[in-house]
Ligand binder design. Structure first.
Ligand code: FAD
Ligand code: UDP
Length: 362
């Protein structure tokens, strides 16, 4: 007899399992359909001994001290601040767009104030930001939008920014200073011994049992339990009764090279060239020393594992039909990026999971 069954051993599932087992001292069964814990943040040492992220590069960053303190119970940190370059007009320049980006791109020598004036001149003023195109051109105008955002977004989502909610490109700020970091959050870093170690530490409790390689629908009728926490795709839970919710997928192509270093920074984005969106070299992120190096190319795809909810009005409306069904259920809780159909970063998943625990789980 379990007090809680948790579907999914990703970040949301692990946080809740840990809290329920440790704080409430209750019995938890975690059911995971993959052959490992950790969800999309899972990492492992590949055959050459290099630590890689199976589902694409993950960097932890947050402004929420509670979230940072909570995760810090399960890991020490390697101090890392992510840097990304974009390959544009034959050279690699910093993204988010900043003072250096513009000076390199236009072979200019702007000061910060001159750049502010430049942006004022080139930006399109918008009364209302209706979509992800408006979001960018209201800050930097059409030309920079086309160089950095238009085709990257088309590749990533198979949609133009004008077809996506503003939140998608709002993730990438525009700066007039020389700050070349991808994230400016107060707390950022990489887990010193990898993400999987965090999940192992969270689940290491006699109250927690884990079943891997099992879809919950195949076993749930045979399990005795009081409450269910579901972190998978919400449309699957309800047998697609309101139709399939669109999720975007990726194909990851890993390559290990016989050299110590492949590129200058952790990630290089390719908005206008190739079928992949970006290349990440893991050793930059993890600080690992090794005579070889592993990179991953991300090829967006409509088929495959659901990685991204697609932020479009019609999808959000469709999700709301499922959400209303979910709210009618007693003793069933929906949490996480797939179950809430939200483009959450890891810190937001932790925040929402802790909120659910402290408000609703007894
Ligand atoms: P998931 O990690 O998806 O976990 C859900 C789990 O449920 C999965 O393991 C799945 O197999 C399991 N499951 C689903 N259905 C069933 C079923 N029927 N039966 C049993 N098990 C089931 N966030 C950051 O903060 N920083 C980053 O740098 C970052 N980079 C990212 C890069 C990529 C390419 C992607 C895709 C995401 C990135 N994220 C990043 C987001 C991060 O991955 C998510 O916020 C987080 O992992 C979501 O956790 P979750 O538990 O909600 O979902
Ligand atoms: N984006 C872009 N060009 C870039 C980087 C990002 O157009 O060089 C847009 C694109 O639509 C992308 C979104 O901004 O999907 C969010 O980028 P982020 O790097 O946060 O994506 P994630 O790491 O979640 O895949």
């Amino acid at each position: 007899m379990y007090n809680y069954v948790i579907v999914g051993a990703g970040l949301a599932g692990c946080v809740l399992a840990e809290r329920i087992a440790n704080v409430l001292n209750k019995k938890v069964l975690v059911i995971e359909k993959r052959n490992h814990i950790g969800g999309n943040a899972y990492d492992y040492f590949n055959e050459d001994g290099i630590l890689v992220h199976k589902y694409g590069p993950h960097i932890f960053h947050t402004n929420n001290k509670k979230v940072w303190d909570y995760i810090s119970n399960f890991t020490d940190w390697y101090h890392y601040q992510h840097r990304v370059l974009a390959y544009v007009d034959g050279q690699t320049v910093p993204i988010p767009i900043n003072l250096d980006t513009i000076n390199m791109l236009y072979n200019a020598n702007f000061t910060q104030n001159q750049l502010k004036e430049f942006f004022e001149k080139i930006r399109d003023t918008k009364e209302e930001i209706l979509n992800s195109e408006d979001m960018v051109i209201s800050k930097v105008g059409k030309e920079l939008y086309e160089k950095f955002f238009k085709e990257y977004t088309k590749k990533q989502w198979d949609l133009y920014p004008s077809e996506l909610e503003p939140e998608v490109t709002a993730r990438i700020p525009v700066r007039t200073n020389r700050d070349g970091r991808y994230f400016t959050d107060k707390y950022q870093g990489m887990p010193k011994h990898g993400y999987t170690k965090i999940f192992e530490n969270m689940l290491n409790n006699k109250n927690i049992h884990i079943m891997l390689n099992v879809d919950f629908k195949d076993v749930i009728d045979d399990i005795e339990y009081e409450n269910l926490i579901y972190t998978g795709p919400i449309d699957y839970y309800f047998d697609y009764k309101y139709g399939k919710l669109p999720y975007r997928s990726l194909r990851f192509e890993f390559e290990t090279l016989d050299c110590e270093k492949y590129q200058e920074v952790g990630t290089v984005n390719y908005p206008n060239d190739y079928d992949f969106t970006r290349i990440t070299e893991f050793k930059h992120l993890t600080g690992q020393k090794h005579y070889k190096t592993t990179i991953v190319r991300e090829y967006p795809s409509s088929e495959g594992e659901p990685y991204y909810p697609i932020p479009q009005k019609k999808n959000i409306e469709q999700y709301k039909l499922y959400e209303a069904e979910a709210q009618k259920l007693k003793n069933v809780f929906f949490i996480g990026r797939l179950a809430n159909y939200k483009y959450y970063n890891m810190d937001k998943v932790v925040e929402e999971s802790l909120k659910l625990f402290y408000q609703n789980i007894k």
